[in-house]
Structure formats: C-alpha cells, structure tokens
Design a protein around this ligand. Sequence first.
Ligand SMILES: [Zn+2]
Ligand SMILES: [Zn+2]
Length: 291
Amino acid sequence: MSRPSIQIQLSEVTAAIREYPEYKNSLELHRRILEIREPIEALPTRGTSIRWDRKLPEDLWKHLYSDRRTAREFLTASIFDKKLATDICQKVIGVISHHSVNGKNLIKVSDALAEGKIDVRKALEAIINQVEGWFDNEGKKYEIVPELLFFIFSVPLQPCFEEISRKLESSLLDSWWQSPCPVCGGTPKIAWLKNKKRYLTCAFCGTQYLMDMFLCAKCGSTDPHTLGYLKPKDQSGLRVDFCENCRHYIKVIDRDKLKREIPLGLEDILTQSLDKMIQNTFREMKEQRKI
Ligand SMILES: [Zn+2]
Ligand SMILES: [Zn+2]
C-alpha cells in the first residue's frame, strides 16, 4: 500500500478537516502544501529529469531490489528542476510564514532563494546525502530552527519519492527488513497493523514495509525489558510502541479496531494526541529515573 494520488489526498484532507476539528490547523496547513505540490504531481517527471510514468529505471530497480539500498542513495540533487524546486520552496514559505513566529526570517530565506544566495540544489543535496550541518548552519544564519528549514526544502522531493513508493512491489516491501524507509531512508514513526503484522509507514513518502513487531525500528533492540507499549484509554485502534533504550517510538494504527478512519498520508497529523501521551510518559519515567 502506498499513498493515493494528490487529488484523492486533497479530497481526503478536506473531509478530515470536517471530521477532526481538533486538528483543523495542522490539516489546513497540510492542504495548502498539497495544493502547492499539485501542478508538479501532474508532470510525468515530478519535477525531475526522469520520467516516472513508466517502469522504474533499470538501474534504480537493481539498486533497490538486488543491492537492497534505499532509492534516496540513488538520486542526486542535479536531477531536480532548480526553477520548480525554488518556486515550491518559496510558495511553502509564503504559506507558513503567516503562521510562524519566525515569519520575517523565513521571508529572508525566500529572498535569498530569489537572489541566488541560497542554491536550492545545495539544500536538496543536503537532504539526499543526510548532511544535517547544512540546515544547522543556514538555520543559525537566518535564525530559523533547522527542522523547519528541513521541512521547507523537503517538499520539492516529495512528489518524486511518493511516486517511487507507488512503484515498489510487495516482494521488496515484505522482505526489506531494514529500519530506514526503502525510498527516502527516513526513520519511521508510524506503523499500520494488518493481519497481526506490523507495517512501518514512512510519514514523508508513505512507503509501507513489513517489520518485526518486537524490534525497535531505530536502535534495533529486541530486549523485551526495554520495549513497551502504551494505549490511550479513549481511542481504540491506536497505541504507541516505544523503546526505553533509545526513546524512539512508533505510533501504531490497528486498521481493524479504528473507530474513525485515518486516510493514508494523514496518519502523523491525526495521531498527534499519541505524541503528547508518550512524551508525558517519557518525562515521568525520566523523573523516576527509569530511563
Ligand atoms: Zn520514506
Ligand atoms: Zn531503540
């Protein structure tokens, strides 16, 4: 299973705004970002120099299926259209600068992109090669938290990564058995339970891949004394699997027990109550010196 088309995602987020008023602000922001991506999603290239409306390129297929390496490691920033990527980032900044306390600083980033002081491809390269220092440095320069900069510059990559995800076969996804997402290499924070199997689900590109239920997806711990789970009292179908060893957690959605539907692509937003719950629990455990 991968994410549906952008049109379906847009109609689902619109429905979710009605059904989940408690998450209205996050959902409306998400809808604005999807709207920015919509013209790129209509292109067979998804904003790159590669056409994705056909089979996966032979060398990418080999890279994933034979070499078991993530698609991210195959891609380079040079395949992304500089003008389109710059345009997307500026539009994203236009949307979030209204909601951010750092709005004015964000506008400076947008100006720096227009003036060529920031090369969008350098930012994409930093994401693709996982060079976190780039975001730390630019964040300091413009007084913006690195995570927010990372979010802005990751949007131009999303249409291409989601499309690669749609093309992967279950033979790969059921036997990947590695923690990083096979497409974008991200650390998973969501999982779906289906037929008593846990499918890690990438919050960025939507890829779902099978993983052992009793294994921390970050540090690889299988020690039952350090792995635990928490269930909220009032929301059946949801739980959090956590690891005391590295404090990573996965928000788990049991498809068969859910009372309210959670569309693909909205999992992270519609389970924000679980983040609060586990963070409180971690705080209490720390106070009791359990972790
Ligand atoms: Zn991913
Ligand atoms: Zn762990």
